[in-house]
Write a protein of this length. Sequence first.
Length: 298
Amino acid sequence: MIKKNFLTGEYVIFSLDRAKKPQNIKTNILTTPIKFCPFCIENKKMTSEPIYSCFNDEIRLVYNKYPIIVSNEENYGVHYVLIDTKNHEKDIINYTNEHMFYLTKSIKDILNMLYEDEKLKYVQIFKNKGINAGASQSHSHWQILGLSILPNKQKYMINVLKEYEDKNQKCYFCNIDYSENLVSENSEFVAFCPDDSLYCYEINIMPKKHITNIRYLDDYMLEQLGKILKKCLIKLDLMYNNIDYNICIYSGFREEDEYHFFIQIIPRMGNLAGFEFSTGMFVNSTLPKDAAKFLREI
């Protein structure tokens, strides 16, 4: 079965026979010795002075020492690292609910700070956990990039969302029937496996209300967001211990009228290969409703 992803325009082939192919989930665990870790509080001289901190310096924002983009006469952008714990060994699945609240609050605060810079048109917040997800440090952290351009993927998303709302008089996300694909929910948020998931066991988290940006969440909603995010990551960890993953937060648009912010969790259960690179198509070996049922029951 071939399906087109509504938000990106990319095609995914659901090939259930691929699940029968012998394979091992890569579990090479990235470990950085504490004495070489720039994100440990005792090694803070290895990083810049914090631009932002909260939760008794448990959470700190610093400049990325190896930025993807450097501002000059031709380009403009910023690249930060959000260190979300002092503890070198701690993982999000072990954070307290209070810790998760301050993590989501820090993301809101930093977005508000970056929105003061009118040169920035888009902000991408993401987390790489593990070697297979592109992480180079084992100490838990996030990355935040502010760009003076709107990437093509985001342009496409905004256009299709606007077209959908003009045609249906309703937001695409608000119109999703996720009941069969439900993973978890609380009073404010729902987590589900999208019908057109490009990735195996991909989870999306979105607010039940039409909210365009994390910047507009109150403290209670930030608390509920932290809880459901941690719960989803625990489910993935119970499925495959120490699984690598990416978290992508789509909440950095200036053109946001038709937008409904969401968080995408991508488990790294296999690397993209020749077919994906040569065609731009994806292969998913698990139907989203089956992935959701399995995750829901963990």
